[in-house]
Structure formats: C-alpha cells, structure tokens
Ligand binder design. Structure first.
Ligand code: PLP
Length: 380
C-alpha cells in the first residue's frame, strides 16, 4: 500500500466539480480582485468563526505581519515592545514579530500537553510586554482561562495564530477574552483581540495557492488591515499609510467558499482517524501527545515523538508511508536568528529532534489508517 503524507490532488478531488464551477464563474466574470467572491467568503468565514469582521489577505504570514503592523499604526504597539511567542511554532509567527521591529520573547512549552508552559509565560512578562501570540499548533486549541486572566491582568493584546486550527472549538461556560456573545462553543479565531489564518493548500481549509485572513471584532483594526494590504490607501489613490499589496484574490476566495461548507465534516473525519491512532497505536518508542479528547483538536498534524526518529521514518517509508517533520529546527535556532541561538528552550529543542508527523487527512480510508497503525506497531 502507498500512503503519501498528503496528496493535494485527492484533497481537491473531494469537491472537484463544485470547485471547478466556482473557478469558472470567476474566470467568466472578468473581475479577479476585491470583488463579490472575496466579499462573500469574508462574510461567511467571519460568521463561521464568530467574529464581526474577516479581512482576506495574501497568506498567513501577511495576516500575522499586517495585524502587528496595524496595531503599531493604531498606537497599540511600539518599536521595541516585547511580544510573547511559543518557542515551538512555525517560523512565520516569529517573522511577523521581528519584521515589525518588535522583540520576540520565546516561551517554552509543556512536554506533555505541548501548551505554553504557564509558569514560564508568567515569569517572562515585563513592563515592556505588550502582546501574546497564541499558536494553536497541530490543530489543538491552546487558549484557557489562565491565559485570558494573564492577558487581562497585564493588558496584553492576544493574537491567535490559527493557521493550523480552522474549525477548532473551545468549549467553555465562561465568556472568552473578547467574545461577541456568550456561548459554550467558541471557535479558535474568535478568542482573542485578533486572529490570523493561513489557507496554504495543505491546511484544513486550504486554497489552490496562497491565501490568508484576519478575523476580529475590532472594526478599526479590520479597516486598518484592509488599508495596509491595499497600498495603505484610505480611499483609491489616497495613501494614508505606507502599505503594501496583500490581497486574497477572487479565485482563491471562491474556492475557499466552497470548501468552507465541508470543513466541519472533514474535521470530523480527522478526529475519527486520530481516535483510531490513539486507540490502536502501541509502539513503546513512539510517544503520542497527551490525549485531551474534549473536541478542542482538529488534528491538522498528528505528531508522534520518538528518540529513534530516523529509524521510524525509514521503517514507514520502506513500507510506502510518507511522513513529515514539524519542525526540525525551532525558530530561535535558525540561522536568521543568530541573536537568539544561545537561548535554551529545552522542551522545544527536544521536540524538534523527536517529532514525526503521521499521515492524517480526510481522504484516508479506514484500511489506510489501520495500515499506518500496524506498520508503526511492527517497528520493533
Ligand atoms: C502556525 C503557522 N503560522 C503561520 C503560517 C504561515 O502561513 P502561510 O504559509 O500562509 O504564510 C503557517 C503555515 O504555513 C503556520 O503553520
């Protein structure tokens, strides 16, 4: 059996006819940027996430960068302010901070839950700390009441990086930091002051190219991001800010609007596959993340951790199973961040040496899932 880590052709094939119809309508419309498809998707996605506003941008990194940039223009952040970031994240979260001349303060994660280590988080806060980037890595919600209290107590902006967790639900009887209405099922992307989404093709909600968005209840922020992504124009050809070009185009918006209708169903399939993995994987060399099966995980990535990563990867590959590593080098150890290379963030550094992602996507059949399980279990 051959099971690639992810075959995007199969993912697209799930809704091929509808996607082709939507693309062909855009092609025939003669209107390719900032038109009806974008407006519709922004409305639908804001309603889905549960925020007042959604602003489409060109990709997830731009969503993060423009959000921080907009907060600077609005006087909420200033050059040299400190921004808390999880050490265990994809580099884009950190690039957005440094691109804005803000200072990333790396916080290590808990080895069991992979959440931010709350003690380290608290002790990292100084009078210069102004924001927290909360990354729902691997598709699991990492927001909780303590994070909310910490943000309230220290007056921190809470910015979610929801690139990996579209459709993920946070259940709580308590209102979240910045919620519109009290409910018990909050979506990630609505929990803080702003949230940044990537629609990179491999994401749970993926475009046929690059795409991203910011969701927020803050009208001034939404307008500022809109303007920043459109040359800084406050109206056509009137540049109030030094902006850039970062737009979600009509083709991608139309594709995303189709795929949004199936997101919950596909996330449910991911959850079912993850449950099978949790139930049947028994390999004493492969540690699974602590199971917190309370519906707060949409399993964008299913990581296992092993000190025999090369052997396990090879064992799976020899039997036709593709895997990936998320991520082999943590941001603070990257060559572009020499100034942070001497930091010690031991849990993150160990995870980077041990992480291996198993295939998990809605196109997988039950047989394929069990083949992954059996192959993994047969390693030793
Ligand atoms: C956690 C996280 N943040 C940000 C990004 C950046 O998104 P994009 O690739 O759309 O720029 C990604 C994905 O690539 C991601 O996984």
């Amino acid at each position: 059996m051959k099971i690639p880590y992810l075959d995007l052709k199969d993912v697209t094939a799930l809704h091929q006819a509808e996607i082709q119809q939507a693309v062909s309508e855009v092609v025939g419309s003669g209107w390719y940027l900032q038109g009806r498809a974008l407006q519709q998707f922004e409305q639908h996605y804001a309603a889905y996430i549960g925020t007042r506003f959604c602003v489409g941008v060109a990709n997830g990194l731009d969503a993060l960068t423009l959000t921080l940039r907009a907060y600077k223009e609005m006087g909420r952040l200033h050059e040299g302010d400190q921004v808390l970031v999880p050490a265990n994240t994809f580099i884009a979260t950190v690039l957005a901070v440094t691109e804005n001349q803000l200072i990333p303060v790396f916080v290590d994660v808990d080895a069991d839950t992979l959440d931010l280590n709350l003690e380290s988080l608290e002790s990292s806060i100084t009078s210069k700390t102004k924001a927290l980037m909360l990354v729902h890595l691997y598709g699991r919600c990492t927001y909780n009441e303590r994070i909310k209290t910490l943000c309230e107590t220290h007056n921190l902006l809470l910015i979610e990086d929801n690139a990996q967790a579209h459709g993920c639900i946070y259940k709580s009887a308590q209102p979240t930091l910045n919620c519109l209405h009290s409910t018990v099922n909050y979506k990630t992307g609505s929990l803080g002051h702003a949230a940044c989404h990537s629609f990179y093709p491999g994401k749970n909600l993926g475009a046929l190219g690059d795409g991203g968005a910011v969701t927020t209840n803050d009208e001034a922020l939404a307008q500022m991001i809109c303007s920043m992504g459109n040359y800084g124009f406050s109206e056509k050809y009137v540049a109030t800010y030094k902006g850039r070009n970062s737009r979600l185009d009509e083709v991608q918006a139309a594709v995303l609007d189709v795929k949004l209708n199936y997101l919950d169903q596909e996330n449910q399939r991911r959850i079912d596959i993850a449950r099978t993995y949790y139930k049947y994987i028994k390999n004493e060399n492969a540690r699974l993340p602590k199971l917190m099966d309370n519906g707060d995980n949409v399993y964008h990535i299913f990581p296992v951790f092993t000190s025999h990563r090369d052997q396990l990867k090879q064992h799976l590959q020899d039997r036709g199973i593709g895997t990936l590593i998320h991520y082999p080098i943590p941001p603070h150890l990257q060559g572009c961040y020499k100034e942070y290379n001497n930091l010690s963030l031991p849990v993150t550094e160990r995870l980077a040496k041990e992480e291996l992602s198993l295939p998990l996507n809605p196109t997988m059949t039950d047989e394929e899932v069990m083949y992954v399980v059996e192959t993994l279990n047969s390693q030793f």
